[in-house]
Design a protein around this ligand. Structure first.
Ligand SMILES: Nc1ncnc2c1ncn2[C@@H]1O[C@H](COP(=O)(O)OP(=O)(O)OP(=O)(O)O)[C@@H](O)[C@H]1O
Length: 294
């Protein structure tokens, strides 16, 4: 089967009344790649997902696949699945009926996988949707997202309401399913450390724009903690892209995003180490103005 065409997000903007949410977003979603979309509460993650999947209209720009717009285009929309908090199902419908409905709305669904996952997650498929707990609703939607036959799956806070065991089960099921049938997943989440081993590419949405669009590996390689006596640390980090700092007794830690200056010798009093994605995200999104060199 030929590889699907990438999704291109070109200069996409969105305003709600007078409130600007997205400002000229440019992104490419490649086939068979797992992305993490990170952003603080209200940054616009769900809005971006809703636009890409044609749930809401955009205010400017366009979203295309292979040159075709996604707007009201069923031919391309049936290759894209959005799992979100919204409950779109008839409330009295049973889980197994919802699975069947999904096969009709998309190109199909791997019913055997859906059944296996339902057993693993202990979801009774005879239960009516309105009788499911919050966690069980999430589980049902996750099962559909993993079993539906599409090229692009958008997961908007997929683990909402799931306990730690179920979250682990889901991450494993996602990787398993991806290995058997590679396709793209775009995951928005606040549980950054839990997905950092899963995602190949990181997007950070902040101040209406994408401020990071890079491989997870590159992003992690660019994040440093520089620790030592305050005067030495400040002298060493002068001119570098400092995104945050902390005082630890007599020591100071400055967090840097970007290249360290290779020509500048590191004093003996200073230690440098890499930082995790969660901490990097906190500092990148804590500031009014952030300079990010992609
Ligand atoms: N239908 C709507 N009408 C008006 N404003 C909206 C609408 N949907 C979203 N917004 C506003 O757009 C902004 C972005 O919301 P969105 O839900 O996309 O953020 P998010 O990044 O998904 O947030 P969270 O992490 O809290 O779920 C918020 O200020 C929200 O209040």
């Amino acid at each position: 089967m030929a590889k699907p065409k990438p999704i291109k997000i070109n200069q996409v903007s969105k305003d709600f009344a007078k409130q600007q949410v997205l400002n000229n977003i440019d992104l490419t979603i490649e086939p068979e790649t797992i992305y993490g979309l990170l952003g603080r509460n209200g940054a616009g993650k769900s809005t971006l997902f809703n636009i890409i999947t044609n749930r809401i209209p955009l205010s400017g720009g366009e979203v295309t696949i292979g040159g075709q717009t996604v707007t009201d285009n069923d031919d391309v929309l049936n290759r894209i699945y959005l799992m979100s908090e919204a409950n779109l199902y008839p409330s009295r419908m049973r889980v197994k009926e919802i699975f069947k409905l999904t096969t009709q709305l998309y190109r199909g669904m791997d019913m055997r996988l859906a059944q296996t996952l339902a057993e693993q997650f202990e979801l009774n498929t005879d239960t009516r949707f309105n009788k499911l707990s919050t966690g069980s609703r999430s589980i049902m939607k996750l099962i559909i997202a993993l079993a539906v036959d599409v090229d692009y799956v958008f997961l908007d806070e997929p683990t909402l309401g799931l306990d730690a065991n179920h979250r682990r089960l889901f991450y494993n099921a996602l990787l398993d399913s991806y290995a058997k049938r590679p396709r793209s997943f775009v995951i928005s989440t606040h549980l950054i450390e839990e997905v950092s081993n899963l995602i190949e590419r990181v997007w950070v949405l902040q101040n209406h724009q994408i401020i990071v669009d890079d491989t997870t590996e590159n992003v992690l390689n660019k994040g440093f903690a520089i620790t030592g006596p305050a005067a030495d640390v400040e002298a060493y980090t002068a001119g570098l892209n400092v995104i945050g700092h902390e005082a630890l007794g007599n020591l100071r830690v400055q967090y840097v995003y970007g290249e360290l200056d290779g020509d500048r010798p590191i004093p003996d009093t200073i230690s440098t180490s890499h930082i995790d994605l969660q901490r990097l995200f906190i500092y990148l999104t804590n500031q009014e103005v952030v300079t990010v060199e992609n």
